[in-house]
Design a protein around this ligand. Sequence first.
Ligand SMILES: [Zn+2]
Length: 295
Amino acid sequence: MTTFSSTTQRKVYKRNLVLLNMQVKLLHNLVEEMAGENTGRIVDILFGKKDVNEFSIAKKMELTINQVRNILYKLSADGLVSFIRKKDKRKGWYIYYWTLDTEKCLIKLEDSLNGKIDNLNHTLKSRETKRFYVCKPCGIEVGEEKALEHGFSCEECADVYELSDNSGPIRDTKAKITRTEKDSVLIQGELKSIREKKAKKRARSDKKLEKEEAERKALMKEIRAAARKKVAEAKAKAAGKEVSKKKVVKKKVSKKKVAKKVVKKKVVKKAVKKKVVKKKLGLADRLKKKLAGKK
Ligand SMILES: [Zn+2]
């Protein structure tokens, strides 16, 4: 049993339950619109669940497996349900497992409700601005144009048309619009919360990727620094040898020759630099390979 620490909590729980029931009821109607009468029950079975075995759906709905598949195929044409299939090892055939796509259902539902609101507004406008005529014995109502065409007498029984009272239809239509708009607001709220949840999930995974990238960059930096240090050490060692060689030569050569030596030394430096670049690339490539291997 659910326990509540406060009345507010109890109210929130109740409100959510009411909203959830309304949502299921609206989806129920949507499915019947799309897949035919008495098919809405499938929403009660699929709602809030994942990968539901089609045989268990058939059993719960007391339908044949083909009837159930017919309903599901109609719904999957609009992406309202999705399936996975698994081979039954014993029988050797595939069994389908179905999941209701709540977001797509709600989008479809919102479209359907908006269409209804448009139609109702159209009806309301025509009731507010046009005249209608009715033959009470036949229970047939016609627009002014048609009534005029038939000389204001009924096409069926020739009785004289009476002017319709529009106040009833206007009241009814207004009530329907209010109700449908309320449903639409509910669906929009639900869609918003689903999308927010999705966005949060996406942000979390983006953050994770960013962190991994930062770690990778830090590691590369470390490795490059180590490589640079190694090269610098090697260079220092090489320079030390050259200096000792030069000392021996210096004693014998003239000033002009010393100048030449300096130029040569510069050339040597350039060659060393080139080597450093080569070494860097090699390390980076190896690291990349290592990282790719980890994935
Ligand atoms: Zn009539």
